[in-house]
Design a protein around this ligand. Structure first.
Ligand code: ZN
Length: 309
């Protein structure tokens, strides 16, 4: 009887331990609208600086940072492997030379992995995009991403939004072609069929972005992320967005969507940084001084003419 009780206890313990990574995205109803928000527990439910959020000028304060500086982003990734995590499609990076700094980040951050959400997690003025790419980095002051997750702003994530356009994106095609091989096998990885540089997945305008302090968007939703979401989006075709939905999760079902619902901003500052405003201001200043200069010449000509008469 005693050993039977022990067996039951052990069984419950194993079940509980296994539940650690068992979390899901709520499936949308037949109308495509989510019936309920996620219930992931812990900090995901109780946190005060959670991600994603709605990014809107109306809630933002103006920011101005030094440009983001990317090192080795233009080089093709070395033997990149694509993994079906059961929650996303992820490309891991082991090259510690791929780093970024500047942009008000306050440190140097090394690229760990890139993964996709379909549709986007962040919304721009309440508008959801077809895809969102997350480039996950950790501060080089920490030995690993796991260590950095424990620290405030130890992790820096770049968010890239993809809008639906008429042309397919060739870099996304490379990733999707490889992902198809492992779409039914959670935890499996496949060597990327082709070359890919992280730079290929960044928008051309990298000076205009939203910045805020938030969290990981998957359990346990650690509040250690400094977010940069670019305002310029990249184009993908509708067919490509649909292809992501063929990825299967650990229950064997199609991962129809894998975005978390938007979280409250609470008391956080949302910063909108753009170089355009700065140029605009400079332009306005130059125009004003030109007008003043021109006015002075006109006045001089008029007064000199008057003196001749
Ligand atoms: Zn993500």
């Amino acid at each position: 009887m005693k050993s039977f009780t022990l067996l039951i206890c052990y069984g419950l313990f194993v079940l509980h331990a296994a539940r650690g990574d068992e979390w899901n995205y709520p499936t949308p109803g037949t109308n495509g609208v989510m019936s309920e928000p996620e219930r992931w527990g812990g900090q995901c439910d109780n946190g005060r600086r959670q991600s994603p959020i709605d990014l809107t000028i109306a809630a933002a304060v103006r920011g101005q940072f030094a440009p983001l500086f990317f090192s080795n982003y233009m080089l093709p990734l070395k033997q990149p492997r694509v993994t079906n995590t059961g929650h996303s499609i992820q490309i891991n990076n082991r090259d510690s030379a791929i780093t970024m700094q500047g942009g008000g980040l306050g440190g140097r951050f090394v690229l760990d992995q890139m993964h996709f959400h379909w549709g986007s997690e962040h919304t721009l003025d309440d508008t959801r995009y077809g895809l969102e790419l997350h480039l996950v980095h950790h501060d080089t002051r920490y030995a690993s991403l796991e260590d950095a997750v424990q620290a405030r702003n130890g992790v820096a994530v770049l968010g890239v939004l993809f809008h639906v356009g008429s042309q397919p994106n060739m870099h996304i095609d490379t990733i999707l072609d490889t992902a198809t091989e492992i779409q039914n096998e959670v935890g499996k990885e496949a060597l990327l069929r082709g070359k890919l540089s992280p730079y290929n997945l960044l928008p051309s305008n990298r000076t205009s972005f939203y910045r805020y302090e938030g969290s990981l968007t998957t359990p346990a939703c650690a509040e250690s992320v400094i977010w940069t979401v670019f305002t310029e989006s990249i184009s993908v075709s509708l067919e490509q967005v649909e292809r992501f939905k063929a990825i299967h999760d650990q229950t064997g079902r199609e991962l129809v969507n894998n975005f978390r619902s938007v979280q409250p901003l609470n008391t956080r500052a949302l910063v909108y940084a753009t170089e355009w405003d700065q140029q605009g201001n400079n332009f306005a200043t130059k125009m004003t001084s030109n007008v003043v200069f021109l006015g002075a010449i006109v006045l001089l000509v008029i007064t000199s003419r008057l003196s001749y008469h």
